[in-house]
Design a protein. Structure first.
Length: 181
């Protein structure tokens, strides 16, 4: 898969280092876990889980994103299965060096289009902490719309958890008519 500036590909066993570097930046992990992901956890759980999704859910998964001009790894974009039939969850995690360049919106838009046009999905959702304003802006620019605020209980909540989580979504009908409005 590709956008104007990015190429997306499946992760392989050789990509442990890329994931370890990405998840070692506390600012990248700030609204996710609030801590770095140990390399051993990436080797033992994270990467095998990513690879398993490719087999169990054709067309879905987490995809490495590289800049077309030079091949630099900028992070990942994902379309994950949900408990709701016909609905997928879109997400992204980018290196701090890639922030502010429009890559997150570009990759997310492409995956939304892919979910509807190629996979025949009915709905695409995304969620983040309510206080993660940069990610919320990406969701809005990607065509997703705010649907709800909700609260979850966490054993070790991150700062800002008390303000809740937000969900953004777009359905097939809205996606099909978005350019005509």
């Amino acid at each position: 898969m590709e956008t104007e500036r990015l190429e997306l590909r499946r992760f392989t066993d050789e990509d442990v280092g890329l994931l370890a570097e990405l998840d070692s930046d506390l600012e990248v992990m700030r609204f996710l876990t609030g801590e770095v992901t140990p390399r051993e956890e990436i080797v033992r759980e994270v990467l095998p889980g990513m690879l398993r999704v490719y087999d169990e859910h054709p067309g879905l998964g987490t995809f490495a994103a590289e800049v077309k001009d030079g091949g630099a790894f900028v992070g990942w974009f994902g379309l994950q299965p949900t408990a709701e039939a016909g609905t997928v969850d879109v997400g992204y995690r980018l290196n701090r060096k890639a922030w502010g360049k429009g890559y997150a919106t570009e990759g997310t838009r492409m995956l939304i289009d892919y979910a509807f046009a190629e996979l025949g999905m009915d709905r695409v959702v995304a969620d983040t902490m309510a206080v993660n304003h940069r990610s919320r802006a990406v969701m809005r620019r990607s065509g997703l719309r705010f649907t709800r605020l909700f609260h979850e209980q966490f054993e070790d909540p991150l700062p800002g958890t008390e303000f809740g989580e937000v969900e953004y979504a777009i359905d097939r009908r809205t996606w099909e008519t978005r350019d005509r409005a």
